[in-house]
Write a protein of this length. Structure first.
Ligand code: NAX
Length: 325
């Protein structure tokens, strides 16, 4: 058996946390031969609920679950943590402006960044799911100067998976036939789901689905999918978000599928004219526990303007929390 890895999930009593913890504990993320120490972090009022999640995790008797703990103390939850899945965040309350939401969450992610800086594994890999995910990831990163800045990422894999499925549905093919989807930029309504490089069974996807459908249906459908799920279900995406979080860490740790790429929001290295340091979603491939931004894709004027709009929004978000960076 391998040495156990420690995974911290924040917001474990919430909707996504409940869908995520069991799949992580059962080995679906890092493999059936990888023992897991699971640390669940919640706020004090949710400790009762999370103790029920711990009971159920024990009751599953997963062979991969080595040890489990739940706490409201970040320094306990992140101790020696190898993977941090930061799901817990403050939801937008009635009358709350986007700016207030940004600031409330900024406090959470700066505190968690500081705690990881002190106690997490020096090689910890961080996935931020809680919104606004890209900016929360930036805040955590800037508050953890002793850790590798490249290891702070945010989740756009749900958008990527949504985009892939929409193309498969439109073309009447299996999801596996659809490759090279890209989500550029922010996990928000400005994200740019790009089909210019996508293929369906090896042929250019735009030739199959058409440029008009791409611009008028596909882009808004992927951008607004979260709102559509809330409207239909009365509550936000949970199982699909958990599945995407598992895909993100699985591929980062164990490698992405050959002959394809995935979307991850990662600190820019200046690729595609995006200023270095901005946590921006790019197409990436993963190998040996490292991701690399796919280089050299041609970008036309339409794509460039969409990529710029989502970049501008990220810069605005960053300016709104600059005191915490
Ligand atoms: P819930 O409100 O059901 O759960 C959030 C949980 O986080 C609660 O149990 C709460 O007590 C806990 N929490 C709050 N502050 C915390 C802190 N400081 N430390 C630890 N735990 C804390 O929300 P849920 O539906 O699970 O969504 C979680 C987050 O994911 C939200 O911010 C949501 O907007 C975001 N999403 C991000 C997505 C993405 O693709 N990046 C998609 C799905 C989702 O909308």
């Amino acid at each position: 058996m391998k040495k156990p890895v420690t995974i911290t999930i924040t917001g474990a009593a919430g909707n996504i946390g409940y869908a995520l913890a069991f799949r992580v504990a059962s080995g679906q993320m890092l493999g059936a031969d990888q023992p897991i120490n699971l640390n669940l972090l919640e706020i004090s009022p949710a400790l009762g609920t999370v103790s029920g999640v711990v009971m159920e995790l024990h009751d599953c008797a997963f062979a991969t679950l080595n040890r489990i703990s739940a706490t409201d103390d970040a320094k306990i939850a992140f101790r020696d943590c190898d993977y941090a899945m930061l799901v817990g965040a403050r939801p937008r309350g009635p009358g709350m402006e986007r700016k207030d939401l940004l600031l409330e969450n900024a406090k959470i992610f700066s505190a968690q960044g500081k705690a990881m800086n002190e106690v997490a594994s020096r090689d910890v890999r961080v996935l931020v799911v809680g919104n606004p995910a890209n900016t929360n990831s930036l805040i955590a990163q800037r508050n953890a100067p002793a850790l590798n800045p490249k290891n702070f990422t945010a989740m756009t894999r749900l958008d990527h998976n949504r985009g892939r499925a929409q193309v498969a549905l439109k073309a009447g093919v299996a999801v596996a036939d659809v490759r090279h989807i890209i989500i550029w930029g922010n996990h928000s309504g400005t994200q740019y789901p790009d089909l210019h490089h996508a293929t369906i069974s090896g042929k250019p996807a735009l030739g199959v689905v058409g440029d008009q459908w791409f611009r008028e249906n596909y882009i808004p459908t992927v951008q607004q999918r979260g709102a559509a799920v809330i409207k239909a279900r009365g509550t936000s995406s949970a199982a699909s978000a958990a599945a995407a979080a598992i895909d993100h860490i699985h591929d980062w740790a164990l490698g992405s599928a050959s002959g394809d790429w995935v979307s991850m929001a990662v600190p820019s290295d200046g690729s595609y004219g995006i200023a270095a340091g901005v946590i921006y979603s790019f197409p990436v491939t993963c190998q040996n526990g490292q991701y690399s931004i796919v280089q050299g894709l041609p970008i036309d004027d339409f794509s460039r303007s969409r990529m710029q709009a989502t970049y501008d929004e990220l810069c605005e978000e960053r300016d709104g929390v600059k005191d915490l960076l």
